[in-house]
Design a protein. Structure first.
Length: 707
């Protein structure tokens, strides 16, 4: 029989080897080519990835930007500051900045998805940490057929030709407890049919086992607090418990809050920059028009060869006109800036470039044919802050300090868990098992023969086994444990030192912001008086120049041109001081951590499921009891959080136009305070944009029409 089997195997192998036929011959298609030059180009060339992209028709429909070539005033879009902030937040899946961070280092950009990404991280997120305590089901099924010739009859159970049909079915359900213990329920079914003469009854092949097992750490790895800090599989330097994962999520939420705050801050800065650009343009247009009128009068004398119309006088007036015309062009178009964040008024960009900067922050089209025009005036009322309240509020509400405090709390928890590794590993182990043996695995009817089927024998509970013991593992010297504790102490000291330094920086920034409020207010009053005086000076010189004779006009020309420049500078300085005061008030709220509240913006997390709330209540109730013996390693229930952050302004704060009163100071009586319109010509803000200034003298130098 065996010889026939061997012959059959030999024939089968010969057929298998012969099946490929001529394909075993060497094929030229797969010959080795020692020339690798054709790989070099493909390895170094630039290629475009084939990914699924979303086409945004709105972006593709962006119109050409507004430039100096426009021959008519554009359509204005009157926009308030609140509308600008609302639009920016609604369009900000990515928190924009003016530094181009999203193009250079996109991995460092904050987005709307970051808190959820941290929460759902498959390794370090909260759900990943909780998954270590989830129940686990395992199942194994194996089939074996053994046919052996044994030299020793003892190993064959009384025979040297051993044959066996072996099946193994195993299923278990295990659960990790919060105390670090692991509990397992296991069921094992075995089928063993063999020809061993040592079997009392060879017709009893079925074996059923049901067992329960537990392993509970008593020292290292024991306790609810340790397992929630380090996790059940925590190691020195590699902890990933639920508390640490939750702290990481809270830090991510704080980073998101900072990104929102910075976006709001940038939008407000850009909004007032645009307001200043309009006011600066209006003042320069008015100065250009005054210079044009002066040039006209000088040119009239020049073409008639009268006294006061000398060539140097005419060219001097013409130069002043073109100087202001150049200023108008720059104030309208502007120059690209370095695009860095600043909390002070730069005032270097023109209307168009500043408007595009605001559009970028708002997340809208770079150009749609309209020109954004601020519809809100800056505040001119005096605001007085209480220093003690500011100091307390800044140290309490600054998001940077709250983020650093979360890091300190994380290091404190890591230090507490690291001390647990200085204890030996002592595990209590227990197992209890029920056995059943039978001819069959299962019979629907109960039989008198106790071994008729394995399940019937199992239910009799005649065969029970148990095991109980301790397992001890202890490194000599605890070198790694001591290093982990020392490292955790150093990390904690570092975070505390950083927190202390951050608090100092916050206080320094707050002092600068408060001092800037007083400086900006006083300077705005001074610049207003300067503007009024410069206007009166120019009006007096212009009136005297018109009534003067030719000799007197020659003397007054230099003074008139200088007065025009002084008035233009005074108007620009006035609006600069006015906006610096508004930005100074905003910066106080920025430094004390209430900028979002100042703009009525609040962040909130989604609701927790009801099961989580009930578990938290049950845990709080259990922690109020005396600590159990299994929880003696870390017996203090450390509070991790002080509750939700108060995002509203503290009571007692003084702020104009808000929930608290402010102190309003009257403008000096030299003149009435400016209204919401351009004080130079009474036109609304931005009305002089693209206003024509034409002069065609009868002779001499004839400038072209200017837009």
């Amino acid at each position: 029989m065996r010889q026939k089997f061997r012959v059959a195997i030999t024939i089968l192998l010969a057929v298998v080897i012969g099946l490929p036929g001529c394909s075993l011959r060497k094929s030229k298609e797969f010959e080795f080519d020692p020339d690798f030059s054709h790989y070099y180009g493909a390895a170094t060339e630039l290629s475009t990835p084939d990914v699924e992209t979303v086409s945004y028709e709105e972006i593709a429909s962006t119109r050409a930007p507004l430039t100096l070539k426009e021959d008519s005033p554009p359509e204005f879009w009157d926009l308030t500051l609140d509308e600008a902030i609302q639009t920016a937040l609604a369009n900000s899946q990515v928190m924009r900045d003016l530094g181009g961070l999203v193009l250079e280092t996109p991995d460092n950009v904050r987005t709307l998805y970051d808190p959820a990404i941290e929460e759902t991280h498959p390794r370090f997120g909260v759900e990943a940490a909780l998954s270590a305590f989830d129940a686990s089901f395992e199942s194994q099924i194996f089939f074996e057929n053994n046919d052996r010739a044994l030299n020793n009859i003892f190993f064959g159970g009384g025979t040297r030709l051993f044959k066996q049909d072996l099946h193994s079915y195993q299923a278990q359900l295990s659960k990790r407890a919060a105390t670090g213990g692991e509990f397992t329920i296991r069921k094992i079914i075995g089928y063993d049919a063999n020809n061993s003469p040592g079997n009392n009854d060879p017709n009893l092949p079925w074996l059923v086992q049901v067992e329960g097992e537990f392993r509970q750490p008593l020292m290292q790895g024991a306790g609810v607090d340790f397992n929630r800090i380090a996790g059940p599989d925590g190691r020195p330097g590699a902890m990933n418990g639920v508390l640490l994962a939750r702290i990481n999520s809270d830090i991510s939420v704080t980073d998101f809050e900072l990104a929102v705050r910075n976006l709001v801050n940038d939008v407000e800065n850009a909004y007032w920059e645009l307001y200043f650009a309009y006011r600066d343009l209006d003042s320069k247009i008015a100065a250009r028009d005054r210079a044009l009128e002066t040039w006209r009068s000088i040119n009239a004398l020049f073409v008639t060869n009268r006294r006061g119309g000398e060539a140097e006088k005419e060219s001097q007036a013409r130069e002043q006109y073109y100087r202001f015309e150049e200023d108008v062009q720059n104030a309208l178009a502007g120059r690209p800036s370095d695009n860095v964040r600043t909390n002070t008024l730069r005032g270097t960009g023109g209307v168009q470039v500043t408007e595009r900067r605001l559009r970028r922050l708002m997340g809208i089209l770079a150009s749609d044919g309209r020109l954004i025009r601020p519809a809100q005036e800056p505040s001119m009322a005096r605001v007085v802050f209480d220093w003690e309240e500011l100091l307390v509020e800044s140290l309490t509400r600054r998001a940077e300090l709250r983020r650093q405090k979360w890091r300190v709390k994380r290091r404190e928890l890591e230090l507490a868990a690291s001390r647990n590794f200085l204890l030996p590993r002592v595990d209590a182990i227990g197992r209890y098992r029920f056995r059943g043996l039978g001819h069959e695995l299962l019979n629907s009817e109960r039989q008198e023969d106790r071994f008729d089927n394995a399940y019937q024998d199992l239910t009799t509970a005649d065969f029970q086994e148990w095991q109980l013991g301790l397992e001890v593992q202890m490194p000599v010297g605890y070198r790694q444990g001591h290093a982990a504790v020392r490292n955790a102490e150093l990390l904690l000291n570092r975070e505390r030192a950083v927190l202390e330094e951050q608090e100092k920086q916050v206080v320094h920034g707050l002092t600068d912001a408060v001092a800037e409020v007083d400086r900006a207010y006083e300077v705005s009053q001074t610049s207003y008086n300067r503007r009024v005086a410069a206007k009166q000076h120019l009006d007096a010189l212009a009136s005297g120049y018109q009534d003067a004779d030719e000799n007197e006009k020659t003397r007054l020309l230099d003074l008139l041109l200088d007065a025009q420049r002084r008035l233009a500078d005074a108007e620009t300085a006035y609006y600069r001081g006015l906006l610096e005061y508004s930005l100074a008030i905003k910066n106080v709220h920025l430094q004390k951590g209430s900028l979002l509240d100042y703009n009525e913006i609040y962040l909130s997390e989604g609701p927790w499921p009801g099961k989580a709330l009930s578990d938290a209540a049950r845990l709080d109730k259990s922690r109020r009891k005396a600590p159990s013996l299994l929880n003696y390693i870390i017996s203090w229930p450390w509070p991790v959080s002080q509750g939700p952050v108060n995002q509203r302004i503290m009571q007692g704060e003084e702020i104009y136009g808000g929930e608290a009163p402010s102190q309003e100071v009257e403008v000096p009586a030299v003149s009435e305070p400016p209204a919401a319109t351009n004080a130079v010509d009474g036109s609304p803000i931005g009305a002089g944009v693209l206003r024509n200034a034409a002069f065609a003298p009868t002779g001499g130098n004839t400038p072209a029409e200017h837009n």
